[in-house]
Design a protein around this ligand. Structure first.
Ligand code: AMP
Ligand code: MG
Length: 407
């Protein structure tokens, strides 16, 4: 059986970046950048006042308080028409270019109008004080965003400031989602006494969308070999990734593996030493990557997070494909009797200078409610059968709230 790291490496090897496309800046949020972005001009593009106040020569006010002659005003968006000479000042607004001859800005609060033509500067200023010099943030031509970065609002700001109203991003992976199981019924249907609502389909689709994919929902395939094969065929067609939930265990009615064989898919692995989620199938049919996730809702979500999400990000050329890991102090004891790397639902909080993790009561890999309350998974390696309160461990952040939001 492969370790989690070996399995992840095998997945990432198969997840070659998809071709890029150009989108409007407006549509670039959460996409992965497929080009390096450089500044097209110095930022700031001119010596810029950081304050409302008076542009002046710092040497003139070394002995402040003192009076200066006011020779004009520069507003943001204006270019100063004249030069400041000894003994002169110009009223200036935040964001306006510093007039030639000026070496600093004294903020308005430290000045007082004396009469119509003069101002009293009440305190001295250093050279360059309250001035953001041209190019002090970046120089024209300097790289400001790396290829493979996920575009967040801060990156949108950089793209906008450097004139990129269109940007090259990786094409969205096309993901088909298939769930299997005779007991599974649609959310809108009234479940019979032995039936279970399909929670994996919507959950996995949502996870795929958050990872940048466009999703096609294939519905529920019954536990029959022919129906499973037909659904897999449909799912592979036109998809970069097919995610199947359920039907991958060794039960009498688990038909995903044999159907993959019949489809002619290359199977890379069928099990990973992980809990939750040991039966986990990964393969490829033509250009389509195929994941067979366990049907148990928590297993499906956790294995998606670890493997499918990484593949989707890899397909988009992302630099970072895994969830962030942090060191935590355990506020409760954790157990791992599985003999595999174990991921346990926890809530992490920042307490008195450290990150503390509390285990959540969970009845196991079906307990999707407990999983929804977790903001992290505490990771215990196979050999670590228990971890006592006060010990340290690694945890994977799930990208959800860290604050106490009542969950
Ligand atoms: P399986 O992997 O098909 O053996 O399913 C394992 C468990 O997960 C069973 O209890 C199933 O009822 C449950 N399960 C399978 N698919 C889904 C689904 N789409 N939504 C919710 N639970 C599911
Ligand atoms: Mg099943």
């Amino acid at each position: 059986m492969l370790s989690v790291d070996e399995a992840l490496a095998a997945v990432l090897r198969e997840a070659k970046p998809l071709p890029a496309e150009e989108v409007a800046l407006d549509a670039a949020l959460s996409r992965v950048l497929a080009e390096e972005i450089a500044a097209d001009r110095d930022l700031p593009p001119f010596d810029r006042s950081a304050m409302d106040g008076y542009a002046l020569r710092a040497a003139d006010v070394a002995g402040a308080p003192c009076a200066l002659e006011v020779v004009g005003e520069v507003r943001a968006g204006e270019w100063p028409g004249l030069e400041i000479r000894a003994g002169q000042a110009m009223k200036i607004m935040t964001g306006a270019p510093l007039p030639p001859g000026a070496t600093a800005v004294q903020q308005l609060e430290k000045t007082r109008p004396l009469d119509e033509f003069r101002v009293t500067i009440e305190a001295p200023v250093d050279e360059r004080q309250n001035v953001a010099p041209r190019g002090s943030e970046v120089r024209a031509g300097e790289r400001v965003l790396e290829r493979g970065r996920t575009i967040d609002p801060a990156a949108i700001a950089v793209l906008a400031a450097t004139g990129h109203d269109r940007v090259r991003v990786a094409r969205r992976p096309r993901v088909a989602v298939l769930v299997t199981g005779d007991e599974i019924v649609d959310v809108a249907a009234a479940p019979g006494p032995s039936q279970i609502r399909n929670s994996n389909g919507p959950a996995v689709a949502a996870q795929a969308r958050l990872a940048g994919a466009s999703v096609r929902l294939l519905g529920v395939a019954p536990d029959r070999p022919d129906a499973t094969l037909a659904a897999l065929r449909d799912g592979v067609a036109g998809s970069d990734v097919l995610v199947v939930s359920g039907g991958v265990s060794a039960g009498d009615y688990d038909f995903v593996e044999p159907a993959l064989a019949e489809l002619g898919a290359t199977v890379v692995f069928t099990a990973v030493a992980i809990k939750p989620g040991s039966p986990l199938v990964f393969g490829r049919a033509g250009e389509t990557l195929i994941f067979g996730l366990p049907g148990n809702p928590v297993s499906a979500q956790v294995t998606f997070d670890l493997f499918v999400r990484a593949a989707l990000l890899g397909l988009q050329g992302a630099r970072v494909t895994s969830r962030p890991r942090v060191g935590v102090e355990l506020a409760t004891a954790f157990k791992n009797r599985s003999g595999r790397r174990c991921h346990l639902p926890a809530r992490i909080r920042y307490e008195e200078g450290r990150l503390v993790a509390r285990g959540l009561r969970s009845s196991g890999s079906g307990d999707l409610v407990a999983h929804s309350r977790a903001n992290a998974l505490v990771v215990l390696e196979a050999e670590r059968r228990q971890a006592a309160q006060g010990e340290h461990a690694e945890a994977l952040l799930l990208g959800r709230f860290l604050e106490d939001d009542g969950a």
